[in-house]
Each structure stands twice: as C-alpha cells, then as structure tokens.
Ligand binder design. Structure first.
Ligand code: ZN
Length: 264
C-alpha cells in the first residue's frame, strides 16, 4: 500500500469519527410507549353541496359566517320546519303561539311567492321534547344550554325562557341563536305591548338572523360575517314598526338557499 493510500485511509477514518462527543451512558429506563393516538376530531360541518346560482356573490358563505349560522350549510332544498315548544306562560296571552305561527306562515308564503320555491314551512306548536338537559330554558343571553343537541336537522325551534336574564330590558324581548337555529322568547311578564305589532313580528326578524342576516347598521362585524338586513326588517316599519322583509331581503335568500332544481 502506498503512502498515499495509507494517508487517504487515515483521512477517511478520521472523517468517520467527526462526532467525538462521548455518549452518555443510559441513566433512565426507556420512556413508556407513546399513548394511543387521540380519537379523530369531530369532522367539520359538511360544506354546502348546493352551489351558488349565477348573479350571487358569496352570500352563502357570508350567511354561514354570521354567528356560525347552521341553516345555510344544512340546506338541501327541503324547507326548514318551524316549531314552537308549547309551554309558553299564561302571561303570553291567548292565541300568542298561533299568532307567531301565523307570522311565520305569512313569511313562508311571501318567500315562496317571490322566489318560486319554499325555504321555510310551519310545523306547528309541539310539546317540549323528553330528555331535555337541566337548565335548557334557564334565562341566558348566550344561547340555550345544549341547544345543538336537542334539535333535529332542518328544524327551527322557538322556546320560552323561564325568566328574563339579568340586565335585560325584558318585556317580551327575544333573540336568535344561529349556531343551533333556536329562537328564544322571554314572555314571563307578557309580550311588550307598547308596540304589539313589533313584538308580534319580531319572530320574522329573528328567523332572518337564523338565516345568517345581521342588522342593517351592524358595523361591528366583518364583511364575511353575515348579510345585511334592510332597515325595515331591522327596526320595523311605519308607526306600528312591523318587521317585515323587503323584496331585497327575500331576494338575498335566493343566493343563501338556492333552488336545488332550478338554479337561476
Ligand atoms: Zn336582531
């Protein structure tokens, strides 16, 4: 072997020993085996399977962005069914439930007449379901407890809370929880009678919140978070402050809940 080859071999040996740090002897037992992988996370809600018709501009996504509104993503062309739990207090007055159902029926008819297909229909007043979690109708302003669990797909539910939440103006006020398509009343003291039509038609305003609409003057939310209502639907119209949708409000529904059979 020539001197050159020996030198090259030594060089290679040296190159193979660049890691000259002594290896510490093991002082601990081997770590326990890794824990079993966590169960797969709950899958994301299904994206809308019905695409936007021509002439629309992201209304479906924007509606879903309003307080995580669930109805736009559930839309499969089957009209949503509106129910009220029939445990309203006597203070609500005779015929209150039927009056609310009439308002929703009127809304449903207006939508069908303008768009040519139904989006909502009245199911009626139904008994409170069994196995509701304790506190389901306790006063709260942050959504009824467990509401995601006690409705079925495609339903809109109206419920009455046992009392007006603290610091709330009260008097027949109401609010919507779009993430579970529930509409809440506080009728313990009876409906607000200063503006009976306003109180009666508030259900229409709240249904539009469940559809993914925000107030006409809601500047706090981003562009991607909801569709603007008209001022009339937001605050009421004329002396009696009826909260009815304009034709623009209804026309926007064509983009949020497109006709599955005849996209236009
Ligand atoms: Zn509102």
């Amino acid at each position: 072997m020539s001197i050159l080859r020996v030198a090259l071999a030594l060089l290679l040996l040296a190159a193979g020993c660049t890691d000259s740090q002594p290896v510490a002897p093991p002082t601990r037992p081997a770590p326990p085996p890794a824990p079993a992988p966590a169960p797969a996370p709950t899958p994301e809600p299904e994206p809308p399977t019905i695409s936007e018709p021509p002439g629309c501009d992201g209304e479906r996504q924007r509606a879903q962005g309003y307080l995580d509104a669930i109805l736009p993503g559930e839309w499969d062309g089957t009209p949503f069914r509106f129910y009220l739990f029939d445990d309203f207090p006597e203070a609500a007055g005779d015929g209150y439930l039927e009056g609310q159902l009439e308002e929703v029926r009127h809304l449903a008819d207006s939508i069908t007449a303008q768009l040519g297909y139904p989006i909502i229909e009245v199911g009626g007043a139904i008994p409170v379901r069994e196995n509701m979690p304790e506190g389901w109708n306790a006063p709260t302003l942050f959504g009824p407890k467990g509401c995601e669990q006690w409705r079925e797909r495609g339903e809109i539910l109206g419920i009455n809370h046992t009392a007006t939440p603290p610091n709330h103006a009260g008097g027949g006020a109401s609010y919507a929880t779009p993430r579970c398509a529930v509409f809440s009343y506080f009728l313990t003291d009876g409906p607000a009678m200063d503006f009976p039509t306003y109180a009666r038609t508030a259900v229409v305003h709240e249904v539009f919140h469940l559809f993914g609409f925000k107030h006409s003057d809601d500047q706090a939310r981003k562009e991607s978070q909801g569709i603007f209502m008209s001022e009339q639907l937001t605050r009421g119209r004329d002396g009696d402050r009826a909260q009815y949708p304009t034709s623009d409000d209804i026309d926007a529904l064509r983009c949020v809940f497109p006709d599955p059979d005849h996209p236009r």
